[in-house]
Design a protein around this ligand. Structure first.
Ligand code: SAM
Length: 272
């Protein structure tokens, strides 16, 4: 997969530590060629003398607005650099809140083009002309779209085949679908609690069942824990009506596969 990021801070997307996408799973996936992250400076496409990408807002008021021309030319230029069609994404607090279902859909695409805004935002006319999918990472305002882009990229990359050391860990994490759980045929459940050595820590014992060696019982216990946690902490994820997803993604393929609950005990230290 190729992910292009258009930003005025391309150095934030470096492939080396301490950049966020230069450590851990994203760095390993980049090094293994599973994903290519290409950050392009929008300034390089500004036609004006000082490579300005922003100007004062019409109508007055505080802050600056990102101009149409540099963004339009940057998108067109970057898209032309690779024959794979790019799915355009704009990070904005006014977009649809990001969910795991959306991440799963995006992870299935060959190429993403992620646009990070700054200042007061982007001139509305270029947003209309580009018609990107508008995505928010939550109901709060960040200074720029770069951190939001990293959140999106990290969530997508960990779903790419080969990105995780243990592929099963992605299937059993929070918000992964579980067939036949609760009232919903495809509930998205929170993860179960996890434990590792030592068996007893400060007088607190890890559950006996996890060291029983009985894989079927462990799988049942984990599923029960996932259901109980979801009921307790996120009852909104367990609708009474049999919807496939409590937050349906209109762009998603309706025939989304559901994963099975975990069926084995991992030895400590094998997760990713
Ligand atoms: N004036 C805009 C508004 O109130 O909707 C906020 C602009 S914000 C200061 C600057 C940039 O940060 C935005 O253009 C967007 O790219 C990014 N951003 C801020 N909050 C975000 C969020 N919750 N999700 C995604 N991107 C966000």
């Amino acid at each position: 997969m190729r992910i292009d990021v258009l930003t005025t801070f391309p150095e934030m997307f470096a492939a080396e530590p301490p950049a966020a996408l230069g450590v851990s799973i994203p760095a390993r996936a980049r090094a293994a060629g599973i994903v290519e992250v290409v950050a392009t400076d929008i300034r390089a496409y500004a036609e004006n003398k000082h490579a300005k990408t922003d100007d004062r807002p019409f109508g007055g008021g505080p802050g600056m607005v990102m101009m149409c021309q540099p963004i339009w030319d940057a998108v067109r230029g970057v898209e032309a650099s690779d024959p794979r069609p790019a799915h355009r994404v704009l990070l904005t607090p006014q977009g649809r809140p990001l969910t795991q279902a959306m991440v799963e859909r995006l992870a299935g695409l060959p190429r993403l083009l992620v646009l990070a805004g700054h200042y007061e935002g982007i001139d509305e006319r270029v947003i209309e002309a580009l018609a990107p999918e508008e995505i928010s990472i939550g109901d709060y305002v960040l200074s720029g779209g770069e951190l939001a882009a990293m959140v999106l990229i990290d969530a997508v990359v960990r779903l790419l085949p080969g990105a995780l050391g243990d592929q099963e860990s992605a299937l059993a994490e929070s918000f992964s679908t579980v067939a036949g759980a609760g009232d919903s045929p495809h509930a998205r459940l929170l993860d179960c609690p996890h434990f590792t050595r030592p068996r007893v820590w400060q007088g607190r014992e890890a559950p006996e069942i996890l060291v029983s060696g009985d894989h079927a019982k462990v799988a049942r216990w984990r599923l029960e824990q996932r259901l109980a946690r979801t009921r307790d902490r996120r009852p909104d994820l367990l609708p009474n009506d049999p919807q496939p997803d409590p937050q349906p993604d209109p762009q998603a393929n309706p025939a989304e596969p559901a994963c099975q609950p975990p069926g084995r005990v991992d030895s400590p230290g094998t997760g990713s």
